[in-house]
Design a protein around this ligand. Structure first.
Ligand code: HMG
Ligand code: MG
Length: 298
């Protein structure tokens, strides 16, 4: 049976914007985060405390956190790659962080300049300090269905990473199809392998829509008992170290699917559609959310 309700983790302000060539003003980022939370999204990933040399678009995350009006019912996680990032996050009152690793070796080196093993070693004290400071810690695993450099990725590596992040105290682990190559059967296989290692309720799915498989993969995941999905308003997104990768599956499309299936999200689709249209216009790019475009046209 499908779940009665799902939680949507809105990653547009982080995953969506991190790869944008156009400099997005801090004011626009603040408005984006606030409008998404007001639309009913209870988790809005608001930025990342990473090297500004590597991801210039996220260099003002501290200013975003200082300015946003935070709702008491909403969590605003930020990505943190190391202790330097955690200290910056703590200094501006972040209450939830996301740590991130890769199931493939080459992507790890390109994205965070170290091996998978080194990344786990580096993150252990970060997770410990974060948990000891009362922060919630979420984990991401990239390249769960394929790597832009190594090609095939062994599902055993995904499971190993998931168990390690779980042991580090992550309350939830998001499995990222970074380059959107996964299809439904693959996705089911990965979920079931990981669910043999960590509780299924702790698994979230994070799909990029490069090959148009995002919604099909969300449905396959629902059928495997997953009830947490990452998505981006307007289908924004892409990782700077995953060339050719598209945005995340669009929040609007995910919401439309859930409404049709009678699954509760607590999010107002019409509001998200308007936000998607607005931010696409600001970025001078087409609105990639099919459901958003259709709703606004009708
Ligand atoms: P490094 O290059 O190995 O070097 O960084 P370092 O640690 O020696 O630091 C080099 C410089 O970066 C120094 O500055 C540091 O101060 C600075 P300099 O002295 O040269 O001016 N630095 C920092 N600055 C601000 N905040 C920090 C920080 N750390 C170092 N926290 C590092 C290693 C991991 C930091 C770097 O490679 C990095 O920032 N990588 C992040 C890349 C990234 O953000 N990728 C996108 C997010 S992951 C993703 O999108 C996938 C996901 O969506 C899931 C999916 O789809 O699969 C989550
Ligand atoms: Mg991503």
């Amino acid at each position: 049976a499908l779940p009665d309700k799902v939680r949507i983790v809105e990653v547009g302000p982080r995953d969506g914007l991190q790869n944008e060539a156009i400099a997005v003003s801090t004011a626009v980022k603040i408005e984006l985060v606030e409008r998404l939370a007001d639309a009913g999204l209870r988790v809005v990933e608001a930025g990342s405390f990473v090297s500004p040399h590597k991801v210039p678009q996220m260099a003002d995350t501290v200013d975003v956190f200082r300015a946003i009006a935070r709702r008491a019912d909403t969590s605003y996680p930020a990505l943190v790659p190391n202790e330097q990032g955690l200290k910056a996050a703590l200094a501006c009152g972040v209450t939830e962080i996301a740590i991130f690793v890769s199931a493939s070796e080459s992507f790890s080196r390109k994205n965070i300049n170290c091996s998978r093993a080194e990344s786990l070693e580096r993150l252990e004290p970060v997770a410990d300090l974060a948990n000891a400071s009362g922060l919630r810690v979420r984990g991401y695993i990239s390249c769960i269905a394929g790597c832009p450099y190594d090609g095939t990725v062994d599902v055993e590596e995904v499971a190993l990473m998931a168990r390690t992040l779980n042991d580090m105290g992550c309350y939830e682990i998001s499995l990222g199809d970074t380059i959107g190559v996964g299809t439904a059967t693959k996705v089911r296989t990965v979920i079931n392998r990981v669910a043999a290692t960590i509780p299924r309720e702790r698994i979230a799915m994070h799909f990029h829509d490069t090959y148009g498989q995002g919604i099909a993969n969300v449905l396959a995941s629902l059928e495997e008992g997953i009830s947490v999905f990452d998505s981006s308003v307007g289908g924004l997104g892409g990782c700077p170290y995953a060339p050719g990768a598209n945005g995340n599956v669009a929040t609007e499309d995910v919401l439309y699917l859930m409404e049709g299936l009678g699954i509760e999200t607590g999010v107002d689709l019409g509001s998200v559609a308007r936000i998607g249209d607005w931010i696409s216009e600001v970025l001078k790019r087409p609105n990639m959310a099919r459901a958003g475009r259709a709703i606004l046209a009708s």
